[in-house]
Design a protein around this ligand. Structure first.
Ligand SMILES: C[S@@+](CC[C@H](N)C(=O)[O-])C[C@H]1O[C@@H](n2cnc3c(N)ncnc32)[C@H](O)[C@@H]1O
Length: 236
């Protein structure tokens, strides 16, 4: 673990506005770039408050339990845990995806894969699409949403990832059109009698070279699953 400086917090009662300011200060001191925005989101999440309350109720005094809840979340972010794991969600292709440390946080550039595949599958076609290395299921679920007649078969080596992917499919009401298979790349397809029936194979596999791992930013290196990212000496 990288060393993390502890930041003094005020004791005694504090208002919502003071807690947001304190969170922002702590995040700034930890070197978090968008500290103001992240402080707002953490407080909103920690207090389960709608955004407009966070804006409007700045003078409200927080209870001890509320204060603790927010400070625990801020400490996690100060320790460089990705905001998405703290909030438990990441937006991808306009949909919210559950994320936890079992899965890679979906990246915006991966949306290009979804766009590319969708452009090549006519909306009315009952296509069969394979998503190898599905992780959170973001590609599989986004394609299933965009192509309502398609069925998707998604694989991953990690069973905990597949649990998250299943949750995401249910969340977006496409669970019945996606089959989740645990195993190596396309290996689990062998028993699915798919010869000649697959229209597209899409994949965002691990892509980082082993030697590059140590140079990655702490959010990624300390918290995201290594197996989701590292792929041998060349990253291939
Ligand atoms: C780079 S992540 C991509 C996750 C997701 N598709 C995305 O784009 O956000 C790679 C995923 O591949 C899985 N994985 C790694 N090696 C694998 C293999 N040999 N076969 C199947 N899945 C694998 C990891 O568990 C991880 O979920």
């Amino acid at each position: 673990m990288d060393a993390v400086a502890t930041v003094p917090q005020s004791v005694g009662p504090a208002s919502l506005g003071e807690v947001i300011a304190e969170a922002q200060r702590m995040l700034e001191q930890a070197g978090i770039e968008s500290a103001g925005q992240e402080a707002f989101w953490i407080v909103e999440h920690g207090l389960r408050l709608p955004a407009h309350h966070v804006v409007a109720d700045r003078d409200r005094l927080l209870s001890h339990a509320e204060l603790l809840a927010v400070r625990r979340l801020v400490e996690r972010r100060v320790g460089r845990e990705p905001l998405q794991y703290i909030l438990g969600t990441q937006e991808f292709c306009g949909l919210e995806f559950n994320v936890n440390p079992a899965v890679l946080i979906p990246r915006p550039e991966t949306e290009l894969l979804v766009e590319y595949v969708s452009q090549r599958i006519p909306a009315k076609r009952q296509a069969t699409i394979v998503d190898a290395c599905t992780g959170s299921g973001c590609i599989a679920v986004a394609i299933a949403r965009l192509r309502p007649r398609a069925r998707v078969i998604a694989t991953d080596l990690s069973n905990p990832s597949l649990d998250v992917a299943r949750q995401n499919a249910s969340r977006h009401a496409v669970g019945e059109r996606i089959i989740w298979l645990e195993g190596d790349l396309l290996g689990p397809l062998a028993e699915q009698e798919l010869e000649g029936r697959v229209d597209v194979i899409v994949s965002n596999p691990p892509y980082i070279a082993e030697a590059d791992w140590a140079m990655l930013q702490p959010e990624l290196r300390l918290f995201e699953p290594r197996r989701a990212l590292v792929a041998g000496p060349q990253g291939t």
